[in-house]
Design a protein around this ligand. Structure first.
Ligand code: ZN
Length: 320
């Protein structure tokens, strides 16, 4: 993902170029102290249940296999390989391929979002999404964290969702295409898959059914610290914080507040409650981000486990 304003903030705070990030609210200072637990976050006393835990080594194996496909920008052999892999792994599930043609500064490209639907007993939908493409401009970029970590973790989550009809709303897993810019990140050169799907779902009324849209991006960093994204829905962040606290993982969440531009934004604009779970401090001052250093050795199965468990627990809390 890209966030120019934040990048500037991360790099140094305040060169003239940093003033460009136009319509967004100004970046806030990173907070180093953990926020006090917000009021109303405590779980009801009667609720002692906890969601099942993910299998971290299986999740990591998915990530490893995806990284092994090499760079996976839109239009590449690696991208096609990953699409085939997703279809194979999701065989037997209810999967929709949402295909469309995107006009980019590098030409027109066919793109495909993949949506796997797991039914629940109640009305409504919880969406868990990630992007599976990698940076277009770099041939040496394998996107272990930025691309593969979320893609692999969603495949792991599918094991838990296909286990049987869940008590609660349906859960849809969404692998979005074309998140990365082809040239320079802008409103029109970025988020191709999410802009397409949000528009489609707004048109057909689906957005009204979505109770929560949880986005996972760059969640494999061994030094895991998920941002408090000020472009996310506060009530949903509170709920995620509650889930993290219940599992004892709260030290990995929400120490720093930043506004993120990511695949959740088109859905937020369509009126959907959203939460972007992203660690945008990957290496010192985000040094590994969008570089050839975004490799498997920087990742940890423990980080996938922390985020995966918090997502499953969040789904459980949303299902009550
Ligand atoms: Zn990226």
């Amino acid at each position: 993902m890209i966030r120019r304003l934040l990048l500037c903030l991360t790099l140094a705070l305040a060169t003239a170029a940093c003033g460009q990030a136009p319509t967004d609210p100004p970046a806030k200072q990173p907070q180093t102290k953990p926020a006090a637990a917000p009021a109303g976050v405590t779980a009801p006393a009667a609720d002692s249940g906890v969601a099942p835990r993910i299998n971290p080594s299986r999740a990591m194996q998915y990530v490893r296999e995806i990284v092994g496909m090499g760079p996976r920008p839109v239009g590449s052999a690696g991208h096609r390989k990953l699409e085939a892999y997703l279809r194979t792994q999701l065989k037997g599930d209810n999967v929709e391929t949402d295909g469309f043609t995107a006009t980019t500064p590098a030409g027109s490209f066919p793109m495909r979002n993949y949506i796997a639907r797991y039914p629940g007993t109640k009305e409504g939908v919880i969406v868990i999404a990630t992007h599976y493409d990698t940076l277009y401009a770099r041939q040496d970029f394998v996107g272990a964290n930025d691309g593969a970590s979320g893609t692999g973790l969603l495949l792991e989550l599918a094991h838990h969702l296909r286990a049987g009809k869940r008590n609660g709303p349906s859960v849809w897993l969404v692998w979005l295409d074309g998140e990365e810019a082809f040239q320079v990140w802008s409103a029109t050169d970025s988020l191709y898959g999410s802009r397409h799907l949000a528009q489609k779902w707004q048109k057909d009324g689906t957005t009204k059914k979505i109770q929560a849209f949880l986005l996972l991006d760059m969640i494999g960093d061994a030094d895991l610290s998920i941002e408090r994204d000020s472009n996310s829905t506060p009530a949903l962040l509170k709920m995620v914080e509650q889930a993290a606290t219940r599992l004892g993982y709260q030290s990995h969440f929400f120490r720093r507040e930043v506004p993120m531009e990511d695949d959740h934004r088109p859905f937020a604009r369509a009126g959907v409650p959203v939460a972007d779970l992203i660690d945008f401090d990957y290496g010192y001052a985000n040094a590994f981000w969008h570089t050839s250093d975004d490799t498997l050795d920087k990742l940890s199965p423990r980080s996938l486990e922390i985020v995966g468990d918090v997502v499953l627990e969040s789904v459980r809390l949303l299902s009550q």
